[in-house]
Design a protein. Structure first.
Lengths: 570, 346
C-alpha cells in the first residue's frame, strides 16, 4: 500500500527542490517550548532505559526460546490483519462517500466515525456475549436450523486471531476514514476531475489518483490504528491473543520482573520508531500542498442496484463497529435498570470526573501539539529547525508505548518532581505538604498529554502541510512578524485540524484506562476505571451501564468531529 | 524578544491547566487504602468501620503497579494499608520494601499462623479456594487437579490464562507437590485438553459450560456464590445454575487438601496513620466483617466459626492444602515460565 508513486503534477510544482527560506523557521521561544515538551515525553522513556538497565539479560534465553517467536508472529499477524482491514475499510468508505452520492450517503459521511466512541475492550466484551453459543446470534441460528442445544451445533469460537483482527479492524478504521476523508474532500477535486477528463475509469481515478494522493493521510490514520492495536491489552486478553504487549505484562506482573518488561517494551518501541522513520523517509521528497482553492470534488449520483450496494457497503462497518455493540450494551443496561431501578451516585460522579479531566487534558494536549508542530515546521537536515523536527518526533513516542508501561515509567519522574515541589514548599512556607501532583489529577493530565500528544501532532502536522508556504512568505513580505503570521494566517487556517485533533484527543482520553488506573488520586474514578472495577469483580451487568456511558459520552464529540469534518469538506 | 499576546495566552492556559485540582491537606481521622482488590465489594465493610470508629477510609483501586506506585511515592506516600488478592502480590510488596511489620494480638489470635507472615508483614483476610466447575449433569463427584490432564477430557476443559496469578498460584502448588517435571507434563496434558483459548475470566468457565464449549473447568469458588445467588433470570444466574462444584485435591499422599489463595493486607512502610491502619485490619477480621466476607463476597473467612453462605456451605467443608503459602509464592516464577514453555496460552 505504501507504493512509491510518481510525483503528481501538483507535487512537482512545489517539490523538494525548493528549500524553505530561513524566515520560515520558528523563533527560539517556540523551539525552547518544543524542546521542553519533548523532554517531558522522553522522561518516561529515559526511566524505561534506566529500569531496563537494572535487570540482567538472563531471562532473554527463556523469552527467545519460548515466548518471543510466538508473540512476535502473533503481533505481526494481528498488525498486518488489522492494518489491511482498517486501511481498506477506512479508505474505501471515505472514497465511497466522497465520490458518490446515494441515499443516506450524507448521513453515512458522519456516521462512519461512530465506532470511534467505542473502546476496543468494550467491543471485545460485547461481541464475546453476542456471538457466544448461548448469545442471541447463535441461539437464533440454532432455532432456524432446528438444533436444541449448543452441544449439537456451534460456530467457531471468537477467541482467536481472526476474531481479534475482525473486532479491532471494525472499531479502529475511523482513524483512517477521518484522515482520508478530509484529504479526499479538500484536496483531490482538481486532480480527480482532470483524471476523469483524461479518460480514467472510476477505478482508475481511485487507484491512480486518489489513492496515491491519500497516502500520507492513510499513513497518519493507519499509524494511530496500528499503535492502538499494538498496545492493546484489554481486547487481546479477552480474546486470548498472545501479543508482545501481553508478554510484557506477564514478564512484569507474573514474574515480577519489571526490568525485563522494560527491556521488551524498549525493543518494541525501537521497532516502532524504525518503522515510522522508514515511512517518513519514503515520502520525504513528496509535498502535498495545494495552492488552489479548496473545494469538494463533484460526486457521482448512484441509483438502483449500485446505490443499494453502496449503501450496504457503507453501513456495514457502522453496524459491526457501533450499532451491534451499542444495542447490546443498551439492552444489558435496560435489564440492569429494570432490576435495580437506577444508577449509582458514583457513576454520575465518575462521568463528571471523566468529562472534566478529559477537557483539561485536551486543552493541554492541543496547546503542546501546536507548539511542537509550529516549532518544527520547515525542519530540514542541516538547519536549526531540525532539532525542533527531532523534538516533534520525540514528542510522539508516548503513543508508541503500552498505556501501563507508560504509566509505570511516569511514576519515577512525576514523583521526583512531586518531591522537589514538596521540598520547595516546605522550605518556603515551613509546612510539610503531601504529594501535590500524585495527590491531585495533575499527574493524570501529564500522563494523558504524553500519551496522546502524537494524535494532535499528527493531525496538526498534516493540517500545516496543507497550508502552502507561499502564504507565509507573502505574509512575511508584507511585514507581519512570525508570531503574527502564525496568529493571523495559520491559526485560522488550522482551525479544522485543531478541532479535529481536540475531539480525537478528548475521546481517547475518555476511554483511557491503564494510566488512569495507576496514577489517579484516592477516591477518584472515571467511567473507564469504574467499568474496569465492575469487570474486575465480575459483575458485568453493571459494567454494561458504565460501558454505555463511555460510549454515550464519546458520542457527542464524535458527532461534532464528524460535522466539523463535513463542514470543512464543503 | 518581547512576549506576544498569543504566547502569553498559551503560557497562561498551561499554568491554569497545571494548577487546577490541587489536593487538600491530610486529615487526622482517615486511613488511605491502596488496593489491587476492587473495593466496592468490601465497601460495606469499610462503611461499617467508618461508622463504628469515625475513621474515614479513602480508597484507590490499582490493578497493576501498586508496588511501583508506593515505591515511587516514597516516604511521602499517603498509603496506609496495602491490600492484594494474591499471595505472590503480597510477597512482592514485602520484598519491594514498602510494607512494615506490625504486631497485634487480635490479628495473631484470629488468623492462623500459616495464613500470616511470621514477622507480621502481611495478614490474610479471606481464603479463595480454586475449584472445579463441572457441567451439572456430569456424573462425577471427585476430581484431582492432576486429572485435568487426563485425555478423557480432551476438548472439554476451560480455564483462564495460565499467566493469571490465580493459575500460577495453582501451578506453583503443583510444582511443590509433584515436582517441576511432572508439573510440566501435567500442564501439557491440560493444554491438550483445552476446549478454547486459555483466556477471559473465571466466570467465563461457567458461561462456556452452559454454552456447551466445555464440560469441566478450574476457577475460584466465590464466583459460584455470586452466580448462584444472582437474581433469577439474569445471565449470571443461568451460568451458575449450569454448573456444580467439586473441590479437587492433589493426588499425592501428603496432601488431601484443596489449593487456596488469599486476599490479604499489609501496613505500608511510611503509613501516616499507622494506628488507624492496624485498627482497620483488626476490624476486617472481626466477627462482623468476616461474616460479610462470607455472605456478601462468598469468600472463605480466615476466622474460625463464622457462618457461611448457604451456597458456599453446600460445597462441603473446605480442607485447605497444608502447603505453606510462602512455598507457593516462591515457585511462582517457575510456574510462569512453565506456562510459557508449554505454550499454554497460545
Amino acid at each position: 500500500m505504501a507504493s512509491t508513486t510518481e510525483p503528481l503534477p501538483l507535487q512537482a510544482s512545489h517539490s523538494g527542490t525548493q528549500r524553505p527560506r530561513p524566515w520560515l523557521e520558528a523563533g527560539w521561544g517556540w523551539r525552547a517550548g518544543a524542546a521542553l515538551i519533548a523532554i517531558c515525553v522522553a522522561a518516561p522513556v529515559a526511566t524505561l532505559v534506566w529500569l531496563a538497565g537494572m535487570g540482567d539479560a538472563g531471562h532473554w534465553s527463556h523469552l527467545i526460546r519460548y515466548v518471543l517467536p510466538e508473540a512476535l508472529t502473533n503481533t505481526i499477524l494481528l498488525l498486518a490483519g488489522v492494518g489491511v482491514l482498517v486501511a481498506s475499510l477506512g479508505t474505501g468508505a471515505a472514497w465511497l462517500v466522497t465520490a458518490y452520492t446515494f441515499p443516506t450517503s450524507r448521513i453515512l459521511s458522519w456516521a462512519l466515525l461512530l465506532p470511534l466512541a467505542v473502546p476496543t475492550y468494550i467491543v471485545a466484551f460485547a461481541y464475546l456475549d453476542v456471538l457466544h453459543p448461548i448469545g442471541p446470534v447463535q441461539s437464533l441460528i440454532r432455532n432456524l436450523l432446528g438444533y436444541a442445544s449448543p452441544r449439537d451445533f456451534r460456530l467457531p469460537d471468537l477467541r482467536s486471531m481472526t476474531g481479534a483482527i475482525f473486532l479491532l479492524g471494525f472499531v479502529l478504521y475511523p482513524y483512517v476514514y477521518l484522515s482520508t476523508r478530509v484529504m479526499f474532500a479538500t484536496q483531490a477535486a482538481n486532480l480527480i476531475e482532470a483524471g476523469r477528463i483524461l479518460g480514467l475509469s472510476s477505478r482508475g481515478v481511485f487507484l491512480r489518483v486518489a489513492l496515491p494522493l491519500a497516502r500520507p493521510a492513510i499513513i497518519v490514520g493507519l499509524s494511530l490504528a496500528l499503535l492502538e492495536t499494538l498496545n492493546d491489552i484489554g481486547a487481546s486478553e479477552f480474546l486470548g491473543v498472545q501479543t508482545l504487549t501481553v508478554s510484557i505484562y506477564s514478564t512484569w506482573i507474573t514474574r515480577s520482573d519489571l526490568a525485563g518488561a522494560a527491556q521488551i517494551a524498549l525493543a518494541m518501541l525501537g521497532l516502532v520508531v524504525v518503522l515510522i522513520m522508514a515511512e517518513r523517509r519514503g515520502r520525504r521528497r513528496q509535498r502535498y500542498s495545494n495552492t488552489q482553492r479548496m473545494r469538494p470534488m463533484q460526486a457521482r449520483r448512484l441509483e438502483g442496484g449500485p446505490a443499494l450496494l453502496a449503501m450496504a457497503l457503507g453501513w456495514l462497518p457502522i453496524v459491526v463497529g457501533f450499532v451491534v455493540p451499542v444495542m447490546y450494551l443498551a439492552s444489558e443496561t435496560a435489564k440492569h435498570l429494570h432490576l435495580t431501578g437506577g444508577v449509582s451516585e458514583q457513576l454520575w460522579q465518575s462521568g463528571l470526573n471523566t468529562v472534566r479531566i478529559s477537557l483539561l487534558a485536551t486543552i493541554v494536549v492541543v496547546l503542546c501539539g501546536l507548539i511542537v508542530t509550529w516549532a518544527a515546521r520547515g525542519a530540514r537536515p542541516g538547519r536549526p529547525a531540525r532539532i525542533a523536527g527531532l523534538c516533534a518526533r520525540a514528542s510522539t513516542m508516548g503513543y508508541a508505548l503500552p498505556g501501563t508501561v507508560l504509566a509505570i515509567a511516569l511514576l519515577t519522574p512525576i514523583n521526583g518532581l512531586d518531591h522537589a515541589l514538596s521540598w520547595l514548599r516546605q522550605s518556603l512556607t515551613g509546612m510539610s505538604p503531601g504529594l501535590i501532583l500524585m495527590g491531585s489529577s495533575t499527574a493524570l493530565i501529564a500522563a494523558y498529554t504524553i500519551r496522546f500528544l502524537a494524535i494532535s501532532i499528527g493531525s496538526l502536522e498534516s493540517g500545516l502541510a496543507r497550508i502552502p508556504p507561499s502564504l507565509e512568505q507573502a505574509s512575511r513580505l508584507l511585514g507581519e512578524s512570525p508570531t503574527g503570521t502564525f496568529r493571523r494566517v495559520h491559526l485560522p487556517l488550522l482551525r479544522p485540524a485543531i478541532g479535529a485533533s481536540a475531539l480525537l484527543v478528548f475521546v481517547d482520553t475518555m476511554k483511557e484506562l491503564p494510566a488512569t488506573l495507576l496514577l489517579r488520586p484516592v477516591n477518584f474514578d472515571t467511567l473507564a476505571t469504574w467499568l474496569y472495577a465492575e469487570a474486575a469483580r465480575g459483575t458485568y451487568e453493571e459494567g454494561a451501564v458504565a460501558a454505555l456511558a463511555i460510549v454515550l459520552a464519546g458520542l457527542l464529540p464524535v458527532i461534532l468531529l464528524a460535522r466539523h469534518q463535513l463542514k470543512s469538506g464543503h | 524578544m518581547h512576549v506576544k499576546p498569543s504566547r502569553m495566552t498559551l503560557l497562561r492556559a498551561f499554568a491554569a491547566a497545571g494548577l487546577t485540582f490541587l489536593a487538600a491537606g491530610a486529615n487526622a481521622t482517615e486511613v488511605n487504602l491502596y488496593t489491587t482488590r476492587e473495593p466496592k465489594l468490601i465497601q460495606p465493610l469499610l462503611d461499617d468501620f467508618t461508622q463504628d470508629t469515625g475513621i474515614k477510609v479513602n480508597t484507590v483501586f490499582i490493578k497493576d503497579g501498586l508496588l511501583e506506585r508506593v515505591k515511587a511515592e516514597g516516604e511521602k506516600s499517603p498509603a496506609d494499608v496495602l491490600m492484594a488478592v494474591d499471595i505472590g502480590n503480597l510477597v512482592d510488596l514485602v520484598q519491594g520494601g514498602v510494607t512494615q511489620a506490625v504486631s497485634s494480638k487480635t490479628l495473631e489470635d484470629v488468623i492462623p499462623a500459616n495464613l500470616r507472615d511470621p514477622e507480621g508483614q502481611w495478614y490474610a483476610l479471606s481464603l479463595r479456594d480454586r475449584i472445579a466447575y463441572v457441567a451439572k449433569d456430569l456424573d462425577i463427584n471427585t476430581l484431582t487437579y492432576e486429572s485435568f490432564a487426563d485425555p478423557k477430557w480432551k476438548g472439554k476443559v476451560c480455564i483462564r490464562s495460565g499467566q493469571h496469578p490465580y493459575n500460577t498460584g495453582l501451578i506453583s502448588a503443583m510444582i511443590a507437590h509433584d515436582g517441576l517435571e511432572a508439573t510440566e507434563k501435567w500442564l501439557r496434558g491440560v493444554k491438550a485438553n483445552l476446549a478454547r483459548k486459555a483466556a477471559g475470566g473465571d466466570r467465563d468457565v461457567a458461561r462456556d459450560i452452559l454454552g456447551g464449549i466445555c464440560d469441566v473447568g478450574i476457577a475460584n469458588a466465590y464466583y459460584v456464590g455470586h452466580m448462584k445467588n444472582a437474581q433469577p433470570g439474569t445471565d449470571a444466574r443461568k451460568w451458575g445454575d449450569a454448573i456444580k462444584v467439586i473441590r479437587p485435591t492433589f493426588q499425592n499422599g501428603k496432601s488431601r487438601g484443596t489449593h487456596v489463595n488469599i486476599s490479604g493486607a499489609s501496613v505500608a512502610k511510611h503509613a501516616p496513620h499507622k494506628a488507624e491502619a492496624i485498627q482497620l485490619l483488626e476490624y476486617l477480621v472481626s466477627e462482623k466483617a468476616q461474616s460479610k466476607y462470607a455472605n456478601a463476597n462468598y469468600e472463605y473467612p480466615v476466622r474460625a466459626g463464622v457462618k457461611l453462605d448457604p451456597v458456599v456451605a453446600s460445597f462441603g467443608p473446605l480442607v485447605v492444602d497444608p502447603l505453606p503459602l510462602a512455598e507457593i509464592a516462591k515457585n511462582r516464577k517457575l510456574a510462569s515460565q512453565l506456562v510459557d514453555k508449554v505454550g499454554f496460552d497460545n
